[in-house]
Write a protein that binds this ligand. Structure first.
Ligand SMILES: Nc1ncnc2c1ncn2[C@@H]1O[C@H](COP(=O)(O)OP(=O)(O)OP(=O)(O)O)[C@@H](O)[C@H]1O
Ligand SMILES: [Mg+2]
Length: 523
């Protein structure tokens, strides 16, 4: 492909011809009545169309009723990046999001030409600034940026078919190569209005966790990696089986076992963005749906601590009963209760729709991850297979996981103390977070490594002692409860027996005093 600069003779000649036509038309307006002017205007336009054989296509930055950022605009921007920095005369420089490097792109009103398969096209960057000046904290927010593509009308079919597809594909590939992944979090809906407002804010995602640094059973780890690869390459497969291209993971386990770390490792492994959805700030199901629509492909949508996020657990029935009591409340408390409820009205069915409703299939390649510390508290409907395709238990650190942590933190593969530590870890429940805490080196000293391991052994022994003590206390408490229950049972039995005996004696007494009728004579 060959690139050339603007300044074609033909192009500038046509420009002057157009200006001449416009001037003549202005003259005619002065001397001819309106119906003649109309007639002349129509024919001048036809004539200029005949003389101007180029077609213009505009690509706006924001499109649609919702003013979504156009994918085509972004792809074109990426496609033109290299060409602009090599050929445009006026460039503008932007700092990319990591604040480390400068990116050059063509300035507004600048043009570059592109030749593809022998066909020449012209690209121009433009912006419209509204004429009415109004005060705004964000002065640039009303600017409308767009690209214009110009090509000869004889190439129409080639451009609209082959060339534009090539630009979009190339632009997306360039974006994927230079892509900085993002961590999005949802904005409260009060800030959703206005031109170019966004429902999600983002920062650059730079979490260092990978599957290599994740401490867990290696078989389990490989299985998850395989599952992720299968998913990311599964476009055709999902289309074939007629399912939306998405997958649900449920990560459960005690705090500090690596659920959030696992999500970061997944995102790094697949090169996906992360959408951290804070459900408690989502007011209702409609807002939830809008948020999902705004997420992009190749992303992981995360809802952490799903059990705490909302009343989505198996407690709904109880809640219903409680709500029925509201009927009896006085009007002021009822209103206060309603206000409280309005804070978040996302329901379980709203969330299920979010996961596998019809519209969840708009766009693909999305992974949905829920995390919880209490899997047993969740409503079975939320986590049934097919909805949450894979349930992954993140558990306490055992000897294999410890080796990964030792490699990460101390840079060692083996040590004479590993045996003892492994043994203790099998007998004690300690989270990887707590183990890692003990492996933090305070200096680069070689002896420091041994000190760390010894400290860990002490901590493990301490934890084991504590656990044994807790188990003993628990057993004692249970024994006490059992004895108490037994005593109560015995007392109940005794009382029942006494009551029975009393009843019997009352019956006997009443039988004795009852008059007996014999041969019609009452004795
Ligand atoms: N399996 C693990 N592998 C490597 N590091 C881990 C692992 N688990 C925990 N850690 C370390 O402990 C810290 C806390 O872990 P993380 O936040 O992933 O736990 P979590 O399970 O998400 O906890 P919570 O339930 O409280 O959200 C991490 O920063 C990480 O350094
Ligand atoms: Mg977490």
């Amino acid at each position: 492909m060959m690139m050339m600069m603007k300044g074609d003779h033909l192009w500038s000649n046509l420009g002057s011809t157009m200006a001449a036509i416009m001037f003549t038309y202005a003259m005619f307006r002065q001397y001819f009545p309106p119906h003649i002017q109309d007639y002349i205007f129509r024919y001048t336009k036809k004539l200029s169309n005949l003389m101007y054989p180029y077609i213009h296509v505009t690509f706006d930055e924001f499109t649609g009723e919702r003013m979504k950022r156009s994918e085509a605009f972004t792809a074109i921007q990426n496609y033109l990046k290299d060409k602009s920095s090599a050929f445009a005369k006026r460039l503008k420089a932007d700092v990319v999001e990591d604040s480390q490097s400068l990116v050059l792109s063509m300035d507004y009103d600048e043009e570059v030409t592109d030749v593809f398969d022998g066909v020449k096209v012209w690209w121009a960057a433009r912006k419209n600034t509204p004429k009415t000046q109004r005060f705004s904290f964000y002065p640039a927010s009303d600017e409308k940026r767009y690209y214009i593509l110009k090509f000869h009308k004889r190439d129409r079919e080639f451009i609209t078919g082959t060339y534009l597809l090539h630009v979009l594909k190339q632009g997306k590939a360039i974006a994927a190569d230079n892509r900085q992944r993002k961590l999005y979090s949802n904005n409260p809906s009060q800030s959703w209005s206005g031109y170019r407002s966004t429902k999600w804010s983002h920062v650059v995602f730079e979490h260092p966790a990978t599957f290599d640094t994740l401490a867990m059973d290696s078989k389990k780890k490989e299985e998850i990696k395989k599952d992720l690869v299968k998913f990311s390459k599964g476009k055709e497969y999902y289309a074939k089986i007629g399912k939306a291209w998405k997958r649900g993971y449920l990560l459960y386990g005690p705090p500090g076992t690596g659920k959030s770390t696992m999500i970061a490792a997944m995102a790094n492994f697949l090169n996906y963005d992360v959408y951290d959805l804070e459900l408690t700030t989502v007011k209702n199901n409609i807002e939830l749906r809008r948020l999902l629509i705004e997420t992009s492909n190749k992303s992981i949508i995360v809802i952490e601590d799903i059990d705490c996020s909302l009343d989505l657990t198996g407690q709904r029935e109880k809640k219903k009963k409680k709500d029925e009591n509201e009927e009896e409340m006085d009007p002021i408390s009822k209103k206060a209760k309603e206000e409280e409820k309005r804070d978040s009205e996302v329901t379980l069915s709203g969330l299920l729709n979010f996961i596998d409703g019809l519209w969840s299939a708009c766009g693909g390649e999305r992974i949905i991850v829920f995390t919880t510390n209490y899997v047993e508290k969740l409503d079975p409907a939320l986590i049934r297979r097919g909805r949450m395709d894979k349930h992954i238990e993140m558990s306490y650190c055992r000897s294999e996981a410890f080796k990964v942590l030792a490699k990460n933190y101390l840079d060692i593969d083996s040590h004479p103390l590993f045996g003892e530590i492994g043994q203790l870890l099998e007998e004690t429940n300690m989270t990887p977070a707590d183990v890692a805490e003990n492996l933090m080196l305070k200096s680069d000293d070689d002896e420091e490594t041994e000190t760390c391991l010894k400290n860990l052994i002490e901590a493990l022994k301490e934890a084991r002692k504590k656990a044994e003590e807790e188990a003993r206390l628990k057993a004692e408490e249970e024994e006490k409860q059992r004895e108490k229950a037994e005593k109560e049972e015995k007392e109940k039995e005794k009382e029942a027996k006494e009551d029975n005996e009393k009843d019997e004696s009352v019956k006997e007494d009443s039988n004795e005093s009852k008059p007996v009728k014999e041969n019609g004579v009452i004795h």
